[in-house]
Design a protein around this ligand. Structure first.
Ligand code: BES
Ligand code: ZN
Length: 830
């Protein structure tokens, strides 16, 4: 397909007056809008975006215009007799149908067993055009005057407060206050029955809206939002811009949450919680709320010029949310969680030859969708942390203040951000050149430094790291290091460097703060392990050491036994985040070698490692224990149980009996208990779980039940569970859960590819373009590790590659190839 069909930058909207009349019985809507349009040209034609809408009539400056729809490019062309003036009124009457899960869509919920419907919108990135004809690119900022005519008993929510509400024709006309100047993808309106609670942060009213019956789960999220709002205003040095902020739980929601200005929407599991919700899930919820709050500034107030700079939204929201949650709950170890949650994820995504630069070219409509990935979120977030580390927290903060102030109610690009960094750095005489930063944003991939000791020092050379085969590296890598003689800094250039030293050992990438890997020779590695044991390098240093060793073992560059031996020798009984990282990596090896010759040595380390962990933190909750230990306990029990440890399986079974029957138990062990019970279970258990699932109204429990159905150990029952996932009994938004968990289930790897292939047509039809969900089913194949499956996957996706999964396909093939390399290196059959 050719490049995007972009709109004419000289013809711009200034204001939209939009009226909607939705029909909640037929799920159709009618609308009339008047767009005030500024034009720099005297032309007799005008193009705007429209998708799946019927445009009944159009007028330009009161004269009727003809409309031609270009469905493929989602554009409506209006042609008229008199050329455009400087300011014009474009009036359109249109109608459309409510869709499923994106655009202007319907969502269902149950009240006392009865099914009811509401309407809601999800416009990012390019679906405002399926609700009303508009200039649907982020640069076309305008104000919106929205009004809706609805049944009297329904509530209507939009970005701003209600200006007036009046009875008309037995219905209710709700008129909203004019929005600030903003991009079309941020407009929101929702119509339905809601319950709400509210609170104030200064003069801003903050409310949580939920469908009836769920208000008991709204208090905690409201508290999170109130706390975060205050902290953001202080951090950015800029007040929140609107009179109110709503957080709305929508029963059917494709993503996790969406930052519509003043009206943030959430998937219910990403919002609803109470003090019985497992701490790890509460942390996730706090993080999601705080992420969307960051967007009220980064994204809504200042918006990227075009989608190629999406990272200006998402990387910042990722980084800021952890920073602010850390301030809200110092006891949550949030910045340490950043290492395993964000930085490790970034390395993993960026280790593929098929990765892309953070700032990347957007050529086709499917490209926009694909940009909401681990590179825009996790890698961008990791680089921002690195930049903050370099500039210092206060300089970084002031630069953000400068950037947000300068571009308020406008659009910005990465150059604008560099300018703000530069300005603040210069003021404080911090040496700073943009090339230093922009290389991480503009270049795909990341480097690895290979360290070779010599008689009188260490040779450092760099390569581009990828899972399959390294390339040549061309970064200027600012390196902080530590030796047994002291600390130092050096910039490693393309041609490599030499550190003259009499030191015994050297640890590069101090505290894992830089976005690059380091490979050491085996003797050096042993010395570093010993230095860690003696407390001479930090847990974070050991964390980066372990991550870099893992990736070498995972790709067959070093033997699995070498990794396992190293962990046994140096990392048993270690602290967070190292222990959690080891646990994750052991789990990866466990699944990969499950039921095979090498499997036994992995299994015995899985057991020893987690038994030691539980000896230290306790099998049962301790009063006042460190938060992270509560989480690790669940993780350790789950790992032990999968490896067949009796004590863990018994523990899981006990918790399951209580939890499943709604009795009091340790909530933080629920997920592990459900998973292990399933692991030991068969069709009978599946039947019990399905029965409970279909009666369950609390989304947290529904999700837990579905997730654990994907963990059933009996292959026949697992296959039934997979089929169940795509029936009408499971909401589209949750249909990915069972297959996703099945793909990580050691027994599931026998089924997942066959099932995916057999059901592909159904999956493709259900997970439409724009819902950003089809890729899950491609990602699920990343555990395949034999040549036959690889060939089949390659052939299959040659024929079945829709625009929004193109990159996912290339990536999964690369991962399968790396798995094959792992197996070859460890003498396993491929
Ligand atoms: N802007 C996104 C929502 C979005 C995602 C819109 C993909 C269109 C396509 C929102 O800010 C977001 O990033 N949501 C995350 C949650 C967050 C806590 C990482 C999500 O939905 O996963
Ligand atoms: Zn976001």
């Amino acid at each position: 397909m050719s490049d995007f069909d972009r709109l004419d930058p000289e013809i711009k909207p200034v204001n939209y007056d939009i009226f909607f009349e939705p029909d909640l019985k037929k799920f159709e809507f009618k609308g009339v809008e008047v767009i005030t349009v500024k034009s720099g040209k005297r032309v007799k034609q005008l193009r705007l975006n429209s998708k799946d809408l019927k445009i009944e009539q159009a007028w330009v400056n009161n004269e009727s215009a003809t409309v031609k729809l270009d469905g493929k490019n989602e554009i409506a062309v209006l042609t008229f007799k008199k050329p455009l003036e400087k300011i014009n009124k474009v009036k359109l009457a249109f109608s459309g149908k409510n869709s499923e899960i994106h655009g202007f869509y319907k969502s269902s919920y149950r009240v006392d067993g009865e099914e009811r419907y509401m309407l809601s919108t999800q416009f990012e990135p390019a679906d405002a055009r399926s609700a009303f004809p508009c200039f649907d690119e982020p640069s076309f900022k305008a104000t919106f005057n929205l009004s809706l005519l609805v049944e009297e008993e329904l509530m209507v929510i939009s970005n701003t407060v209600i200006e007036k509400s009046e009875k008309i024709k037995g219905k209710k006309l709700v008129v909203f206050k004019k929005t600030p100047v903003m991009s079309s993808y941020l407009l929101y309106f929702g119509i339905g029955e809601f319950e709400k609670i509210e609170g104030f942060s200064g003069r801003t009213k903050v409310s949580v809206y939920v469908t009836p019956g769920k208000i008991g789960y709204a208090k905690l999220p409201l508290d999170y939002a109130l706390k975060a709002l205050k902290l953001y205003e202080k951090y950015f040095g800029l007040k929140y811009q609107l009179e109110k902020l709503d957080l709305i739980g929508i029963p059917d929601f494709s993503a996790g949450a969406m930052e519509n200005w003043g009206a943030i929407t959430f998937r219910e599991t990403a919002l609803l919680c109470n003090d019985k919700t497992p701490i790890s899930e509460r942390q996730g919820i706090a993080n999601t709320i705080v992420h969307e709050l960051a967007h009220q500034w980064f994204g809504d107030l200042v918006t990227m010029k075009w989608w190629d700079d999406l990272w200006l939204n998402e990387s910042f929201a990722t980084f800021m949310s952890y920073k602010i949650v850390d301030e809200m709950f110092p006891e949550w170890d949030t910045m340490l969680r950043y290492m395993n949650g964000i930085v490790a994820g970034a390395f993993s995504a960026d280790s593929l030859k098929s990765t892309h630069a953070i700032n990347c070219v957007v050529k086709r409509p499917g490209d926009i969708d694909e940009l909401f990935d681990d590179i825009s979120y996790e890698k961008g977030g990791s680089i921002l942390k690195m930049i903050e580390g370099y500039l210092g927290e206060e300089t970084f903060r002031l630069a953000l203040h400068d950037y947000l102030t300068r571009h308020s109610y406008r659009n910005a690009s990465k150059e604008d951000l560099w300018n703000s960094f530069m300005k603040e750095a210069v003021k404080r005489r911090i040496q700073f050149n943009t090339g230093m930063i922009s290389q991480w944003i503009d270049k795909p991939g990341h480097p690895v430094i290979i360290v070779e000791p010599s008689e009188n020092g260490f040779y450092l050379k760099q390569e581009l790291f990828t899972l399959l085969k390294n390339g040549s590296g061309n970064w200027n890598i600012p390196v902080q290091y530590k030796t047994d003689k002291g600390e130092g800094r050096i910039v490693v250039k393309k041609e490599g460097s030499f550190i003259k030293s009499k030191a015994e050992w050297i640890k590069l990438n101090l505290n894992g703060a830089g976005f690059y890997r380091v490979f050491y020779s085996k003797p050096l590695l042993e010395k570093l392990g010993a230095a860690f044991r003696q407390g001479r390098i930090s847990t974070l240093d050991a964390w980066s050491l372990e991550n870099d060793l893992f990736v070498q073992a995972r790709t067959g560059r070093v033997k699995l036994t070498e990794y396992l031996d190293f962990v046994r020798k140096f990392f048993m009984n270690s602290e967070y985040p190292l222990n959690s990282s080891v646990s994750n990596h052991l789990a990866w090896f466990f699944v990969m070698t499950y039921g095979e010759r090498n499997g036994e040595s992995v299994k015995s380390l899985v057991i020893d490692f987690h038994e030691r962990m539980l000896e230290k933190i306790g099998w049962d909750k301790r009063k006042g224990e460190r938060n992270i230990n509560t989480i690790l306990r669940g993780k350790a029990v789950a790992s032990l149980g999968l490896a067949g440890n009796e004590k863990a399986l018994k523990k899981a079974s006990d918790v399951f009996e209580l939890a499943f029957n709604g009795r009091k138990c340790d909530p933080d062990l629920k997920a592990a208990a459900y998973a292990l019970k399933s692991w030991a279970g068969n069709s009978k258990l599946l039947g019990k779980m399905i029965e409970k699932y279909e009666k369950e109204d609390f989304p947290e429990e529904s999700a837990r039940l579905l997730n654990s159905m994907g963990m059933i150990g009996d292959v026949k029952a697992l296959s039934e569970a997979l089929d169940y996932s795509q029936t009408e009994r499971v909401r589209l938004q949750d249909s990915f859960r069972i297959p996703m968990f099945a793909s990580g289930n050691p027994e599931g790897k026998k089924l997942i590819w066959g099932w995916t292939r057999k059901n592909w047509k159904i999956l493709e039809r259900k997970n439409k373009m724009g819902t950003h969900s089809l890729h899950h089913y491609v990602d699920n194949l990343s555990g395949l590790s034999d040549r036959k499956s690889l060939r089949e996957v390659e052939v299959f996706f040659k024929k079945n590659k829709r625009g929004d999964i193109k990159r996912a396909v290339v990536q999964v093939i690369e991962r399968i190839n790396a798995n094959i390399n792992f197996r070859k290196a460890n003498d396993l059959q491929v």
